[in-house]
Design a protein around this ligand. Structure first.
Ligand code: UTP
Length: 297
């Protein structure tokens, strides 16, 4: 069956203030995780799910991002001259990965506003939104499952994960009802980054969404919410409350996710992914054990 979703939108226009000064001249999505920019893992995920049409919503400092997915002819010529096939293939990898398109956000007025900027490219079809803050392990396919649930239910679908109650203030948090499928819930309420222990559950939205085009007029009407930004969560809540839109469903993900959204989680993600690697993993593992022993007090 042909897939009903053929476009992926990757918002990368946030200010990335939690990573300053690293993000002064570089989008946060371009920070390396081991040896690849975080955003490359996300594009690889889209391609694995069969969707190589990728639209980046970019902000200031977009050059590094565009250059990464473009040819690097000078570098390629030098590596070719040296006969360094291995590094040459690493340079070419990101160029050949996907069909990339760009749109500027203008003012960074929030994730909802960034998604709204994809409207002309996406048109009247459903589409996926993937955030560079989350890397999903390729052994635990999540996007495929979201696409399947979207096709079955003809509804917007978001990825949910159980998080520690101490972390709920960092996420959009959902109130849900069970469905007949154990990993699928109907979303009845959503609140963006609830503060002061007011989270209605510990089910957090992680950065994967499959959205129906009906979200666009809703986003257009959505007023600035938390932090004075146009929040995708608020538009999804409006969709969830309006039965004519098909509602909003959540897929509860229990697989491996590496969070790169704040500094501590970013360091952890680098370590988690590096220990799995054949080249540097063994050396890193034994060093971590030695290093951990020096931390005993
Ligand atoms: P975040 O909430 O993590 O914000 O955005 P941020 O600005 O990137 O980072 P901090 O909090 O200042 O450190 C979630 C996602 O939405 C995108 C970001 O690029 C990130 O992928 N985003 C956010 C936009 O594209 N535009 C915006 O106006 C805001």
């Amino acid at each position: 069956m042909p897939r009903s979703v053929s476009k992926v939108v990757i918002p990368a226009a946030g200010l990335g203030t939690r990573f300053l000064p690293a993000t002064k001249a570089l989008p946060k999505e371009m920070l390396p995780v081991v040896d690849k920019p975080a955003i490359q893992y996300v594009v690889e995920e889209a391609v694995r799910a069969g969707i190589p049409d990728v639209l980046f919503v970019t902000g200031r400092n977009k050059n590094a991002l565009e250059n990464h997915f473009d040819r690097a002819t000078e570098l390629e010529a030098i590596l070719t001259r040296k006969g360094d096939e291995q590094r040459l293939s690493k340079v070419a990898e990101s160029t050949e990965l996907a069909n990339v398109h760009y749109v500027r956000q203008g003012d960074p007025r929030g994730l909802g506003h960034a998604v709204l900027r994809s409207r002309a490219h996406v048109g009247a079809n459903s589409f996926a939104v993937l955030l560079g803050d989350d890397i999903i392990d390729e052994r635990d396919p999540l996007l495929e499952r979201l696409l399947q649930v979207h096709d079955e239910r003809d509804a917007c679908v978001v990825a949910l994960m159980e998080v520690d109650p101490s972390q709920t203030h960092m996420y959009g948090i959902a109130t849900v009802e069970k469905t007949e499928q154990p990993d699928v819930v109907r979303i009845t309420g959503l609140v963006e980054k609830p503060q002061g222990g007011r989270a209605p559950s510990n089910l957090a939205i992680v950065g994967r969404y499959v959205l129906k085009p009906e979200i666009y007029p809703v986003l257009e009407r959505t007023k600035p919410g938390r932090g004075g930004e146009i929040q995708l969560t608020d538009a999804l809540l409006a969709m969830a409350s309006d039965a004519t839109t098909g509602g909003v469903f959540g897929v509860i993900f229990r697989g491996r996710r590496y969070d790169t959204g704040d500094r501590l989680d970013y360091i952890k993600a680098n370590v988690q992914l590096a220990v799995e690697r054949e080249d540097i993993g063994p050396g890193l593992r034994s060093w971590i054990k030695e290093f951990a022993a020096t931390l005993e007090d």
